[in-house]
Write a protein that binds this ligand. Sequence first.
Ligand SMILES: Nc1ncnc2c1ncn2[C@@H]1O[C@H](COP(=O)(O)O)[C@@H](O)[C@H]1O
Length: 198
Amino acid sequence: MSARINAAAVFCGSRFGNMSAYKETAEAVGAGLAQAGIHLVYGGGYVGLMGAVADSAIQAGGRVTGIIPEFLESREVMHRGVTELIVTDSMHTRKQKMFSLADAFLILPGGFGTFDELMEILTWKQLQLHSKPILFVNIANWAQAVLAMLDEAVSQGFASPEARALIEVVPDAAAALRRLETVSPSHNRDDAEAAARM
Ligand SMILES: Nc1ncnc2c1ncn2[C@@H]1O[C@H](COP(=O)(O)O)[C@@H](O)[C@H]1O
């Protein structure tokens, strides 16, 4: 696969979850990005699926940038084997930096932090601050309840069907990696200008 984009940000859990498929998916995504020559941008931790995606990308020879806020350095066990580690002063700066480096976003299984990251990147897209793809990797239907919540917001008249369509749901790592092959780097918006509005 030849890379059409430079970098993808992966949002995922700082825990492994209850099914082996979650870790296997994180590893497949990490290795697949590396093999495609796509730079992995992630939250900088060594634990859970975050560590798994980074480790597999590193093992496959990929470029990995971890971005972690100073106060989480010890709690999430900062990964010291990554190509580049950026320590930020806040959670918000971390997300802004991840946003500005990435051409696309992959959401893997995770907990509340992953949900926060998903909703922020989705609402920035809803506000037309960016047009980068958001791929929700719905392994074993783990995200069914999240997707149902989004659908309900549309049903209840709180969100538009167009906004709901801003998330692409893919079933597994292979489908996510295939979709990335079709994405062009996003140059239609000045990231610095967009970041100033976030
Ligand atoms: N409130 C939060 N905002 C942004 N990011 C967060 C928040 N809480 C946790 N995080 C980060 O998200 C990832 C994954 O967390 P999980 O809860 O395991 O999904 C991790 O890097 C947290 O620091």
